[in-house]
Design a protein around this ligand. Structure first.
Ligand SMILES: Cc1ncc(COP(=O)(O)O)c(C=O)c1O
Length: 387
């Protein structure tokens, strides 16, 4: 019996331009802290429309430097989302600050500003919203709350390159510290990598020093004026980043095209719009509201209540289709549950989404026929998945 063609969950779009620029680095002999790194930072800042951008080795290390820029530490509580990738909460623990989770909005699955406003207390030092699955967090509201209560603000935009917020501002361009990530499945992929948008020149200077073992730009290799880290992005990664950036708009449009194909096809088969709490059936990702524009990171539906998601994943795998459960409810993961005493039922919206979300194959080059095959297979897998 021949195996069906495999459709992977994600696949980076890499071409001749990436090869050309990587070759340029190899031939230059400048593998780290070279001109390609500076060029990537300059071109990224220009694409986003901001004054500066500090490239780092990953989204996680960028978040860590962002937390340090806020000055959050022991005794500081930071309000953040329990429906996220673990790094958005871990980065606070690295500095001894405490993540305080608030539930998410049932439509966007982003941190709910009402919950945040109600949770601000004496020990609250800041807010860390996450643009989850590429949907822009309500940054105008969070900026208002932060300004009114004297709180710091750090945006985790690792999944949201190219998204636009409710005021029409590109995510990362509000003057708030924001972090993007470039892991292989991201909208812009360098394999590993990230970039931080600093709030001002002083923050940029501190981050450049801290990513490079605490060296000011004019210092020698063994001179250090502070404690730093090795959070450097290599010039080869920067070269891939430049090539990806040159066609970022096209890559984002391709992702939106594939998402549109999925939503149209599954909507025709009766899937409900996001936030339809009454729906017992499949629920689609939310569509853009007002001026908000999602940047499509993954395409994830919510399986019908009562369906066995693991069985669906296994069934799809048999058919050559890679699917994955996304994202965890952070407060129920062992390191958080144990240390902070969280329990099931505390954040019902995040828990419900976390138990039902299923990411389907999703990448810029996906064809209509591949989307159709995934949708058909999903429907068949769901029929046999009731528990
Ligand atoms: C929301 C969010 N935050 C942080 C990160 C961490 O980025 P990295 O894997 O580049 O460290 C990710 C990565 O997937 C993410 O999705």
């Amino acid at each position: 019996m021949s195996l069906p063609d495999q459709i992977p969950l994600a696949r980076p779009s890499l071409g001749e331009r990436e090869e050309e620029l990587v070759l340029e680095v190899l031939r230059s002999g400048r593998l780290s802290l070279g001109p390609m790194l500076e060029r990537f930072e300059r071109e990224f800042a220009s694409w986003l429309g901001v004054a500066d951008a500090v490239a780092v080795s990953s989204g996680t290390t960028g978040l860590h430097l962002g937390v340090r820029a806020q000055g959050w530490g022991p005794g500081d509580e930071v309000l953040t989302s329990p429906f996220s990738f673990i790094a958005s909460a871990n980065c606070l623990l690295y500095e001894g600050a405490t993540p305080e989770f608030c539930d998410v909005d049932p439509v966007t699955l982003n941190l709910d500003p009402e919950m945040v406003e109600a949770a601000v207390g004496e020990s609250t030092a800041g807010i860390l919203p996450v643009d989850i699955l590429g949907y822009p967090a309500d940054m105008p509201r969070f900026q208002g709350i932060a300004a009114g209560r004297g709180l710091g603000l750090l945006e985790d935009s690792c999944e949201a390159l190219g998204a636009v917020d409710s005021e029409g501002v590109k995510v990362g361009a509000r003057g708030v510290t924001a972090t993007f990530a470039f892991y292989a499945n991201k909208q812009l992929a360098t394999g590993e990598g990230g970039i931080v948008i600093p709030a001002d020149n002083k923050a940029a200077e501190d981050m450049r020093s801290e990513r490079n073992q605490g060296r000011a730009p004019n210092m020698g290799w063994v001179d250090h004026d502070r404690i730093g880290f090795n959070y450097r992005l290599t010039d080869i990664q920067a070269a891939i980043g430049i090539a990806q950036l040159e066609r970022a708009d096209q890559l984002l449009a391709d992702r939106a095209r594939v998402a549109g194909l999925y939503s149209e096809r599954l909507g025709q088969s009766g899937a409900a719009p996001a936030g339809d709490g009454d729906s017992a059936g499949m629920v689609l990702p939310c569509s853009d509201r007002g001026s908000e524009r999602r940047s499509w990171f993954i395409y994830a539906i919510q399986v019908p209540r009562g369906a066995d998601r693991d069985a669906v994943v296994a069934d799809l795998a048999q058919r050559g289709i890679q699917a994955k459960a996304y994202m965890p409810a952070l407060h129920l993961l062992e390191p958080y549950k144990e240390r902070f005493g969280y329990r099931a039922g505390q954040f019902p919206v995040a828990e419900d989404a976390s138990s039902r979300l299923l990411a389907l194959p999703f990448f810029p080059g996906m064809s209509e026929a591949q989307v159709e095959r995934c949708c058909e297979a999903l429907e068949e897998a769901l029929q046999g998945s009731w528990v």
